[in-house]
Design a protein around this ligand. Structure first.
Ligand SMILES: [Zn+2]
Length: 211
């Protein structure tokens, strides 16, 4: 059986199992969506938003791209934010990066001539790496530098999102969270939550781990 065929067979099984578990499930899906969270994550196949958070269809409004980037001038990510905030009125925007990110790694290497779109897309990430070059060089080993840049990248996307007019002018201000997922153990670390008490704790922990 070819791979797409296998996916279609699995889909039939999933639809059957889901309907058996909750006979109202698909009736409710048809009625519309009311997600409370916009998830901005990496396209990496190892970081599927719903799976790692035990979410169901209807729980998350999702945007994924290489290295979980948000840019106000990019209609793709900005339109998702606009719809999530102005129409769905989500209360939370979560940027979730991950350690060992290939997009982040690429930003630390010379541009790859075969990937002009990727190069353009990650240009702001390359600029971020330049800004923090001193700190990144203080980390021993490529993996440590990639992982620190992945954290800085999440925090930079959070900053851009919080500064966005779409968020600033929202009827009810959504909280913008910065998370990072570890492939090693499947756990998510909170870098910033928008909840002041949580952020004070996270800052202390990050400062300690960077020391
Ligand atoms: Zn990634």
């Amino acid at each position: 059986m070819n791979r797409p065929k296998r996916l279609l067979v699995a889909n039939v099984a999933w639809a059957h199992e889901t309907a058996a578990r909750n006979p109202d499930f698909f009736r409710d899906l048809v009625r519309g969506q009311n997600p409370h969270v916009l998830w901005i994550g990496c396209s990496d196949s190892r970081v599927p938003a719903e799976t790692i958070t035990h979410c169901e269809p209807g729980d998350l409004f999702v945007h994924r791209n290489i290295a979980n980037l948000f840019h106000p001038d990019d209609d793709n990510s900005a339109s998702v934010l606009e719809y999530a905030v102005r129409v769905l009125k989500v209360g939370h925007v979560i940027v979730c990066g991950h350690y060992g990110c290939g997009g982040v790694r690429a930003a630390l290497l010379p541009p790859e001539p075969r990937l002009p779109h990727v190069n353009r897309r990650i240009a702001p990430l390359c600029a971020l790496a330049q800004t923090h070059r001193g700190e990144l060089e203080g980390h021993v080993g490529e993996r440590a530098r990639i992982d620190r840049l992945a954290e800085l990248n999440v925090l930079e996307q959070v900053r851009q999102l919080r500064a966005s007019p779409i968020v600033q002018e929202a009827e009810s201000l959504p909280l913008v969270h910065g998370w990072i997922f570890a492939l090693e153990d499947g756990r998510i670390k909170v870098l910033t939550s928008g909840y002041e008490a949580d952020d004070a704790t996270a800052c202390t922990a990050i400062a300690r781990s960077a020391a």
